[in-house]
Ligand binder design. Structure first.
Ligand code: S3P
Length: 432
């Protein structure tokens, strides 16, 4: 489905964007490994997280829907059942990689596949260390590409350096570590999102964390995990789109409610502040171990270009596309480097951003691991291709709001992967 977004007046009011995707995935995957029933309030109902729900049901986990609460009846760390068919992971890298870690410790056979985008994404980063832990994993290109099969075994712990600071790799190894003899240690150059560690600790796992850079997490085999009650806050990656709109459109003032501001996730908001944006965290509080705030964002003229380096990337990895849209309106140069991981997301996001920016009249220099944008530039408008990537579709929709002639977005409905209500929410904050 194509969408066309035009220049508009200010965005105003309050908005609670949908719940966090990363925590929602984990609220099923990890609680499925508990001994007992966990409850999950405010679970994100979107393409990717519904994939997780279906997959864990196929692995024998009973998940009941009781109003707006999910009841996950955990089966214990080794209690999953062999699926009788291929597991469909849809578009979801998180479901696939974390589940590989879970399946590595289950003594049965399973096969996973996914959509056209997911079948191109590298899984060797998880398959290789899991194989070193003794799991038997195979797939196209020597186990790098879906379809992938896993035959779980008795695992042994390893020490692993997570060079790309991938939270998915770290999480897969920690979940496998719950079923491994000895200690499983993951080191990363910069701390990636730490929801898995937080949840495992809350569930009583034997997990040690040494902060700083490098960041080191170690885990030991768990006899049992306790169930937990989870209340999922709003997703900062979804809030970023509306914050960007408010910052760029004169007269805007928007209150984004109940947003997760975990420092491994709020890099986008911190960078915008560094550029001079008017962003305030209000009513900061804690929600089941995670920091949460209402974020007040106002129109911010005179933004200044900034640098993004490898160290900044993990805490804003999914926000780089929308960040690039804001950079077109900042004075001076914004240089993004150290972001090569973007090339292996739901689409090649460096290419998708650069090519689509050029289509709407923006000059941008492509780098192997990022891009350079000199601003401020006028956004003429035109047609872009979302490449069926939800974050590209939403980023260019927001850019359409400040374009001269409007932006048409091909396959805009892919927003449902993380944010099914995106276009309705956009309508609701636009002034009539
Ligand atoms: C995620 C981790 C990130 C992020 C993805 C969600 C997670 O990927 O891009 O959208 O929930 O663990 P990497 O871990 O591959 O960087």
């Amino acid at each position: 489905m194509e969408k066309e977004v035009h220049r508009v007046g200010p965005v105003k009011g309050e908005l609670r964007v949908p719940s966090d995707k990363s925590i929602s995935h984990r609220s099923i995957i990890i609680t499925s490994m508990a001994s007992g029933t966990s409850s999950v309030r405010n679970f994100l109902r979107a393409g990717d997280t519904l994939t997780t729900l279906n997959v864990y049901r196929k692995l024998g986990v009973k998940i009941e829907e009781d109003g707006d609460v999910l009841k996950v009846h955990g089966v214990g760390t080794t209690g999953f059942t062999e699926p009788d068919d291929i597991l469909d992971m849809g578009n979801s890298g998180t479901t696939t990689r974390l589940t590989m870690g879970v399946l590595a410790g289950q003594k049965f056979f399973s096969v996973m596949t996914g959509d056209e985008s997911l079948r191109k994404r590298p899984m060797g980063r998880v398959a290789k260390p899991l194989s070193q832990m003794n799991a038997i994993i195979d797939g196209r290109e020597g186990g790098n590409l879906l379809p992938i099969s896993v035959r779980g075994t008795g695992l042994k712990g390893i020490e692993f350096f997570n060079k790309k600071a991938s939270a998915q790799v770290k999480s897969a190894l920690l979940l496998a570590g719950l079923n491994a003899e000895g200690e499983t240690v993951v080191q990363e150059p910069f701390r990636s999102r730490d929801h898995t560690e937080k949840m495992l600790r809350a569930m009583g796992a034997d997990i040690q964390i040494e902060g700083g850079s490098p960041y080191v997490v170690s885990i030991r085999k768990a006899e049992k995990l306790n169930p937990v009650d989870i209340d999922v806050p709003a997703d900062p990656s979804s809030a970023a789109f509306f914050a960007a709109a408010a910052v760029m459109i004169p007269g805007s003032e928007l209150l984004l409610k109940d947003v997760l501001i975990n420092p491994t996730r709020d890099g986008f908001f911190r960078k915008l502040k560094e550029m001079g944006a008017d962003i305030q965290y209000m009513n900061t509080r804690e929600k089941i171990g995670e920091p949460v705030a209402d974020i007040l964002v106002r129109y911010s003229p005179g933004l200044k270009g900034v640098r993004i380096t490898g160290e900044d990337v993990p805490s804003m990895v999914d926000e780089i596309p929308i960040f690039a849209m804001v950079a077109t309106q900042a004075e001076g140069e914004t240089v993004i480097t150290g972001a090569a991981e973007l090339r292996v997301k739901e689409s090649d996001r460096i290419k998708a951003v650069v090519e689509n920016l050029r289509r709407v009249g923006v000059q941008v220099e492509e780098l192997e691991d990022g891009m350079i944008i000199k601003g401020p530039q006028k956004i003429k408008g035109g047609s872009v291709d979302s490449m069926k990537d939800h974050r590209i579709a939403m980023a260019f929709s927001i850019l359409g709001l400040i374009s001269q002639e409007g932006i048409k977005i091909k396959d805009a409905d892919c927003a449902y992967i993380s944010y099914p209500e995106f276009y309705e929410h956009l309508q609701s904050v636009l002034q009539k």
